[in-house]
Design a protein around this ligand. Structure first.
Ligand code: C5P
Length: 229
């Protein structure tokens, strides 16, 4: 099967609280974005990698991965949009000419990609249209109202924390993104869920957690250096 990868890196990271967006911060000797690109090049390897970036970040983008463009399937980056969902749509549209069978969609804010997670997601695509990595929830989860008062306890046995890379049949996910353009879903599986398409949840990994706040850098960084070049 022909596989392509979309890496979304167009966010400005308001919760991170630093003028330098989180995808351009370093863990070890590489920026988060470069960790992601290199991981897919080594562990997948895909026919094409399409990075989606923010045009205000051009200089940071060039410094992070400019030297890799044209090698290992890495295409020149395309501009993203105001929401993650719009950025993914732009990345998928840019891959139309490559006509991949399967696509992996990944957040640049998750630098600790485990090759086994990629393998599990791709393997699951043999018998379903979509597969995502997930982590079981260990804490008891409360739903609260606007005044921080508990309204109920949600049974944690039914819950998974969704990670990326999320894998899909390319035509199915592109069709769903075109149909639901303008929504603000925070992952891609949500779009297929709205169409009633079955999606499998495979085991994710703790090291693949998303960097959201500044102290996540050192917490996630403890799982590094990982084995990629
Ligand atoms: O903000 P959050 O961490 O949830 O974003 C997840 C991923 O989506 C990040 O890699 C971010 O760069 C990307 N994103 C994007 N375009 C946006 C917003 C977020 O590519 N407009």
């Amino acid at each position: 099967k022909k596989i392509s990868v979309v890496i979304v890196a167009a966010g400005s990271g308001s919760r991170f609280g630093d003028p330098l967006p989180k995808q351009y911060h370093q863990i070890g000797d590489k920026t988060l974005l470069r960790h992601c690109v290199k991981a897919f090049m080594h562990f997948c390897p895909p026919a094409h990698i399409q990075v989606v970036y923010n045009e205000d970040h051009q200089a940071w983008l060039d410094a992070a991965i400019g030297d890799l463009v044209g090698s290992g399937g890495l295409r020149p980056a395309v501009a993203g949009g105001l929401t993650r969902q719009q950025s993914v749509l732009n990345g998928l549209r840019a891959l139309k000419d490559a006509a991949p069978d399967h696509v992996l969609i990944h957040d640049a804010a998750r630098p600790g990609i485990d090759p086994d997670v990629i393998k599990r997601v791709l393997a699951a695509l043999a018998d379903c249209d979509g597969a995502i990595p997930g982590i079981t929830v260990n804490d008891t989860i409360k739903q609260c109202d606007g005044h921080s008062m508990i309204t109920r306890t949600i049974p944690r046995e039914t819950l998974m924390r969704a990670q990326t890379p999320q894998g899909f049949h390319f035509k199915t996910i592109l069709g769903a993104h075109e149909k639901f353009a303008g929504q603000e879903m925070t992952d891609d599986a949500s779009l297929l869920e709205q169409l009633g398409i079955a999606i499998k949840c495979v085991a994710g990994s703790e090291g693949n957690d998303k960097i959201t706040r500044r102290d996540d850098l050192s917490r996630i960084g403890e799982h590094f250096p990982n084995k990629q070049a």
